[in-house]
Design a protein around this ligand. Structure first.
Ligand code: GTP
Length: 238
């Protein structure tokens, strides 16, 4: 009997750092191939899937700005980094037979398609994994905000936010062994308590548009699939 998944269409948000594995920066081939394998497994259930990948493994706009760069210039470099990560993920996915399309908010026509909402939806309906690249195309917005925006535009039911820990805690569980884990939170809790889930712009956007988010540990093999099957994994924010 076919497995019953909870969702029809989801957006998976990966940080750029998720691709670097144990390296200090860049893309670790084993890590990206492993994430691609997990995505392929999930895709095989018939779910429609979008991806947003950050760029922090290559360049972080905010970090550039704190070192004296103009913030807009630094953010544009970060957005270009997300396009490189998208191409790497497309390569890893297509090698294992998952059809993908990259749609970028910044036009780089020679390497990927421009972002056109209706086209993205059509690609999803045709079973392709759609990778949204180039952030929102605007400086001062994070790739988390881009993920929320694209999830809403593409009518996704949920954002799956991949992290290195089990979900949301009241303090960093890697530094504080008594950190309290939350199974469920409202967006207002996240904002009021200053919990580090996503930046406030992204959180407000989800709150205003009632888009739920599940924060979960990407490093546990099979977790993406568990989340889409509706198993209790991570922290639900909504
Ligand atoms: P359908 O029209 O639904 O069949 O989608 P499709 O993406 O297969 O058709 P299309 O003919 O638009 O694209 C064929 C290939 O060209 C796909 O791999 C697209 O990602 C790619 N492609 C389409 N538009 C662009 C573009 O503007 N730039 C780049 N670099 N590739 C593009």
């Amino acid at each position: 009997m076919a497995e019953r998944k909870k969702y029809k269409r989801v957006l998976l948000k990966l940080s750029g750092e998720a691709l670097k594995g144990n390296s200090d920066y860049g893309i670790c081939p084993d890590t990206i191939n492993d994430i691609a394998r997990q995505i392929a497994e999930v895709k095989a259930t018939g779910i429609e899937m979008c991806l947003v990948i950050g760029g922090g493994n290559i360049f972080r706009g905010i970090a550039g700005a704190t070192k004296g760069m103009d913030r807009s210039n630094a953010d544009y470099m970060g957005m270009l980094a997300t396009i490189m990560n998208a191409i790497a993920m497309q390569d890893a996915l297509e090698k294992i037979g998952v059809h993908t399309r990259i749609l970028s908010a910044i036009e780089v026509k020679e390497v990927c398609e421009p972002y056109i909402r209706r086209r993205a939806v059509r690609h999803l309906e045709k079973g392709r994994v759609v990778i949204f690249a180039g952030g929102t195309g605007n400086p001062y917005f994070t790739t988390d905000t881009a993920a929320c925006l694209r999830a809403m535009e593409a009518d996704c039911e949920v954002i799956l936010k991949a992290t290195n820990v089990e979900g949301v805690y009241d303090s960093d569980p890697r530094k504080n062994k008594d950190a309290k884990f939350f199974e469920k939170l409202s967006y207002l809790d996240v904002l009021n308590q200053g919990l580090k889930v996503m930046d406030a712009t992204a959180v407000s956007l989800c709150m205003d548009n009632e888009l739920p988010m599940i924060v979960f540990n990407l490093k546990k093999d099979g977790n993406i699939k568990k989340v889409i099957m509706g198993e209790k994994v991570g922290t639900v924010v909504g």
